[in-house]
Design a protein around this ligand. Structure first.
Ligand code: NAD
Length: 341
């Protein structure tokens, strides 16, 4: 069976493609990716059983052709514009890719899987975010699948719209869909504009580590490999039309996260002279404290204060549970970036 993965050259898509191929060496993947600035061909190029098709999810005819010609019955939809700051300065691309692009995929899936009369079993798995639920106060209960949608950024609003479209294509046309909403992912292959890889890169080169506002915004960190396990569980065991929250159970303020990251870099460089020689501009290379690079900058407009995920439905009904503790995941992530630079 062949799986179509949109956005498979991006951060989570790359991790998913690698995860799937290592778990299911007999099941091939077609990746459809436009290779925007966030899509890196080298992330997946040359992987056995993975075929990269460079194309846009807004190209409905291309998707229909792929579904037909490659006899694809299941797709996982990661492709998106994903950076909140970019959505504030240029929301148009987010509306186009995240909303119009999702509609294009849904239309193609409906045409090939339902209208053509094949009646074959199929599944459309939509990957979304906890940001659709808005923001929490410190004492609010975590987001559950029944929390009302109150997106605050253009990114979150575009993802919320795409979630609604996916639901509507199920309720109206009977498309077999499942949606997962996850918290902030971290791990290998993340594009360096996001907080963790940005801070690792800046720390190693002695540049400032920018922290928005007071740094007390809370995120619920999810190791990307755990997210991949959650997606497989929902794809294979989720009920049609249902949504599942996937969390990491690791709420941290941004400032605590960056301090933990600095401490990890300090110990890595203290333990390995070779690393200290490779990164001479990092304060830890000379016995200094990397956290001295932290610099507070003006807050992002509309910045959500806290996200937290209640993933009890996924634990109960599809057997999901995160396996990687935050400290372990952070260490593995930093080790991966140290090896790459
Ligand atoms: P990413 O920005 O790293 O990757 C996005 C990928 O989509 C890239 O490979 C890009 O080339 C591709 N793409 C963009 N526009 C396209 C188009 N029009 N046609 C085809 N491909 C296109 O994103 P990510 O962090 O890997 O996120 C993947 C998905 O997970 C997104 O839907 C995002 O909303 C969701 N999500 C991410 C996080 C996170 O912490 N990263 C958290 C929750 C949900």
């Amino acid at each position: 069976m062949t799986l179509l993965v949109t956005g498979g050259a991006g951060f989570i898509g790359t991790n998913f493609v690698r995860h799937w191929r290592s778990e299911r060496p007999d099941e091939d993947i077609v990746v459809l990716d436009a290779l925007t600035y966030a899509g890196i061909r080298e992330n997946i190029e040359g992987l056995d059983g993975v075929d990269l098709v460079v194309g846009d999810i807004c190209d409905t005819a291309l998707i229909e052709k792929l579904l037909r010609d490659r006899a694809i019955n299941r797709l996982i939809h990661f492709a998106a514009e994903s950076h909140v700051d970019r959505s504030i300065s240029g929301p148009g691309a987010f509306v186009q890719t995240n909303i119009v692009g999702t509609q294009s995929l849904l239309d193609a899936a409906k045409t090939v899987w339902l209208d053509d009369g094949s009646g074959r079993p199929h599944r459309f798995h939509h990957v979304s975010t906890d940001e659709v639920y808005g923001t929490l106060s410190p004492d609010d209960p975590a987001f559950s699948e029944t929390t009302p949608y109150t997106p605050n950024s253009p990114y979150a609003a575009s993802k919320a719209a795409s979630d609604h479209l996916v639901r509507a294509w199920h309720r109206t046309y009977g498309l077999d869909v499942v949606t997962t909403n996850c918290s902030n992912n971290y791990g290998p292959y993340q594009f360096p504009e996001k907080l963790i890889p940005l801070c690792i890169g800046n720390a190693l080169t002695g540049k400032p580590l920018p922290i928005y506002g007071d740094g007390n915004q809370i995120r619920d960190w999810l190791y990307v490999e755990d997210h991949c396990r959650g997606i497989v569980a929902a794809l294979e065991q989720g009920e049609a039309g249902e949504t599942y929250n996937i969390g990491g159970g690791a709420e941290r303020t941004n400032i605590d996260l960056v301090n933990a990251l600095c401490a990890e870099i300090d110990s890595a460089l203290a333990a390995d002279e070779g690393l200290a020689a490779r990164f001479p501009d990092c304060p830890a290379a000379h016995g200094g404290d990397t956290s001295f690079l932290i610099e507070y900058v003006a807050d992002r407009p509309g910045h959500d204060r806290r996200y937290a995920i209640d993933d009890s439905k996924a634990r109960r009904s599809i057997g999901y549970a995160p396996e990687v503790a935050f400290a372990e995941g952070l260490e593995a992530t930093i080790a991966w970036y140290l090896g790459r630079r």
